[in-house]
Structures are given as C-alpha cells and as structure tokens.
Design a protein. Structure first.
Length: 218
C-alpha cells in the first residue's frame, strides 16, 4: 500500500470510529456514510478538515453539519429503501447524499440558489441520480411531491413548520432541530400516527436558523 492509501484508510477508520463512539450504530447508516466521501462537499481552506467530526463553514455563510449529527439524524429517520424523503436545507449537499444511499428518492430545498447549483454539480459527479435539488423557501415544503415518508430539516426553527407536518405521511417520521435561540436547540423526532403526532427529544445541537424567503442570491 502507498503512504497515501494507508493514510486514507486510516482517516476513514477514524471517521467511522468517531461516528460509532457518538452513538451512530445503525449498520446501513454507517455503510452509507462510509460510501460518501465528505471531501467533495467542502472546498477551500477547510477541505483538509473534511474527515474530522466537526461542522465547517461553506459558501453563503452557512455550515456543513458535523458528521456525527448527520449520522444521528439519519439514524433517527429509520429510512427504508422505498421511502421518499424531503430535506430542508441542502447546504453543501452532504446530508442529501447520505439520504440518497438509503432512500428511493430525495428532494432537497435551499433558499440559496448558489448552494443548490453547487450541490447539483456534486450529485452529478457522484452519479447520485435519485436526488432533486430545488431553490425555494423550504418552510412551505414541496406540496407537489407530498406526502413524504420522511422529512429532515437541517436549520433550526422555533417550532416544526405547519406545512411540513401536513406533508408528512401517516406513519412518517420527521427529524429537526427546534429552539428559540442560537444557543438552546434540541433535535426532536416527530412521528405521525393515526391518532396524532408523537414527539421525542434527542440531544441538544446548534444549527443555523431557518429563515424566511430566498437568500440574496436566490
Ligand atoms: N444539510 C446541510 C447543512 C445545512 S446548513 C449539509 O449537509 O451541508 C442549513 C441550510 O439551511 C443553509 O444552507 C440555509 O441556506 C438553509 N436554509 C435556511 N432557511 C431555509 C429555508 N427557509 N428554506 C430552505 N433552506 C433554508
């Protein structure tokens, strides 16, 4: 093995180890995360840190989430191969790429046109053909493709947006960060049952806010 191959293998092992030690234990989620290289989703200064378990800055003043948080949210979604998934907050496209390995179809929305364009290019390069990336205000969901089996929101709102709850299928699961400020946010999981909505609270997190309307470049 060359030195470079050895260090790539080593980095991959450390990456997976960090995920497991933070509670990502689902085999399919770990396989999906092993198969999607985080490198292409990060450009510029921070690209060398792609394999560390850290959130990192991306374009438009946004962030790519910490891999262990991506793993925990994905695991909480309990995705099956027949699922149609909606993601709000495309950002770098990394979370959508992981979802695409587990689900039948992924729709992802961001309010920044530039991020959507860049993510689309990466999806094409990686041959991830089951993702559709759309520019828009994701708080309203995507009525024309509803209902969804699973919904994930990767920006924090005070409460789960009503249109997203409405677009979740019965039996469906939604995972999102909620909180009234930057400082105090919790991941919650919402299950829609025949009798109503069931909530359970996961760990505390820190996400960028879910904002109204399109970005300046939108
Ligand atoms: N899932 C991303 C990280 C997202 S960061 C990844 O894997 O890299 C949060 C993203 O949510 C930002 O890109 C921001 O532009 C987007 N966002 C914030 N409010 C939004 C809204 N109302 N609709 C769509 N996207 C929104």
């Amino acid at each position: 093995m060359t030195d470079e191959a050895a260090s790539t293998a080593e980095r991959k092992m450390q990456f997976l180890y960090a995920l497991r030690s933070k509670g990502v234990t689902d085999k399919r989620v770990l396989e999906a995360m092993e198969s999607v290289d985080r490198g292409p989703f990060i450009t510029g200064l921070f690209s060398e840190r792609a394999y560390e378990d850290m959130p990192l800055p991306i374009a438009c003043g946004q962030t790519i989430s910490q891999p262990s948080v991506v793993g925990l949210m994905t695991q909480a979604l309990e995705i099956t191969p027949r699922d149609k998934v909606l993601e709000i907050g495309t950002g770098s496209g990394y979370q959508a790429a992981i979802l695409s390995k587990l689900a039948r179809r992924v729709y992802t929305i961001d309010r920044h046109r530039r991020l959507v364009h860049e993510a689309r290019t990466i999806f094409q390069n990686l041959d991830l053909v089951n993702i559709t990336a759309i520019t828009g205000d994701g708080s309203y969901g995507l009525a024309e493709q509803a209902p969804f089996d699973r919904i994930i929101v990767t920006a924090a709102a005070e409460d789960p947006p009503g249109p997203l709850l409405a677009q979740l299928k019965e039996g469906g699961i939604m995972v999102l960060p909620v909180g009234q400020s930057d400082a105090v946010q919790h991941l919650i999981r919402v299950r829609k049952t025949a009798t109503g909505l069931e909530y359970d609270e996961m760990r505390s997190v820190r996400f960028v806010p879910l904002l109204e309307g399109l970005g300046k470049d939108g």
